[in-house]
Design a protein around this ligand. Structure first.
Ligand SMILES: Cc1cc2nc3c(=O)[nH]c(=O)nc-3n(C[C@H](O)[C@H](O)[C@H](O)COP(=O)(O)OP(=O)(O)OC[C@H]3O[C@@H](n4cnc5c(N)ncnc54)[C@H](O)[C@@H]3O)c2cc1C
Length: 283
């Protein structure tokens, strides 16, 4: 869709170029959401892709994902040694049922900033205890837990002029086992619920509930809870909502079922690889 009130598109080259942002001049990442609806209040866009941020950077502390990294780049990222959680990156991307065209432009930052309850990158980054780095309009930097970034249905902590710079995933979460579940009312429909469980190497369990809730909700335990305790905690969540993609009571019910599936999956020890399984000469 054409944004007919937009008169300027500024390619940003440095942070100073972001000073052009305001309530009516907003960041452009992949454009897959921006160009989807009329936005007659907008007069300009500032293109973030021209900043040339490296999409994915492995650091001693874990993984830094640039806000401008696309879903396609994240989904095909190779694993580094010890990244037991690696499959969850691709799994979470599959919760966004766009074609390859959408996957190749839609960014991780754009997904977080759109802040739809069904945003799979919101679930992924919260589930991995990531931190988000925000470049505030006044020139300061702010780091905060990804789980606190989205505040409601399409609302978040950003103010006009702020930019989400990157997402930092800690090494400890990358070493954890994860289990992913998603459900939608129709096979290719928008997610009604997206849940990710994480079992840390010290036995701690974290369940992140999204999709059915207006903001991510996290349940944390020192070890795997019993089924009744988990079910009760999921039922107590107070942020369920109703829209065309599911009723609040359905979302609460399916999140209970999916949460238990995740608990059971992570309660089952993984089998060690068979001797010689990696030996290519056996092919
Ligand atoms: C077919 C299709 C299916 C989709 N399915 C889903 C789905 O299942 N779940 C879902 O959540 N979304 C879905 N979307 C919406 C959208 O594609 C995604 O949310 C996508 O990740 C947005 O990323 P983008 O880079 O294209 O963002 P853009 O369209 O460029 O920007 C989206 C918004 O975020 C702001 N923004 C972008 N980057 C930043 C940044 N770094 N800092 C500050 N503000 C920023 C923009 O100003 C704009 O307001 C779908 C879209 C399509 C077309």
């Amino acid at each position: 869709m054409d944004l007919t009130t937009v008169a300027t598109i500024t390619p940003a080259r440095t942070r100073a170029d972001l000073a052009a942002l305001s309530a009516t001049v907003v960041p452009l990442a992949g454009g897959s959401e921006l160009f989807a609806d009329p936005r007659i209040h907008l007069t300009g866009l500032v293109d973030l892709q021209t900043l040339g941020w490296p999409a994915l950077t492995v650091t001693p502390d874990g993984l830094e994902i640039a806000a401008t990294c696309t879903l396609a780049e994240l989904a095909r990222m190779p694993a580094a040694p010890g990244w037991v959680a690696h499959p969850v990156f691709h799994q979470a991307c599959t919760a966004l049922y766009g074609s390859f065209k959408v996957w190749n432009v839609a960014t991780i930052g754009g997904n977080l900033c759109t802040s739809l309850p069904a945003g799979p990158m919101i679930c992924l980054t919260a589930a991995l205890d990531a931190e988000v780095l925000i470049w505030r309009a006044d020139g300061t930097d702010e780091l905060m837990p990804a789980v606190e970034f989205v505040t409601g249905n399409t609302t978040n902590v950003l103010e006009p002029g702020d930019v989400l710079r990157s997402i930092r995933v800690p090494a400890a979460a990358l070493a954890a086992r994860t289990a992913y579940r998603k459900i939608a009312l129709s096979p290719l429909g928008r997610s009604g619920a997206v849940l990710i469980g994480r079992l840390d190497t010290d036995g701690a369990f974290v369940l992140t509930v999204t999709g059915g809730t207006v903001r991510p909700v996290q349940l944390r335990y020192p070890d795997l809870p019993d089924p009744a305790a988990l079910a009760a905690d999921i039922a107590r969540i107070d942020a369920w909502f109703t829209d065309a993609h599911g009723a609040a009571d359905w979302r609460r019910a399916v999140s209970g079922l999916l949460g238990e599936e995740i608990r059971l999956e992570l309660a089952t020890p993984t089998l060690p690889a068979a001797p010689g399984a990696d030996d290519e000469s056996r092919a």
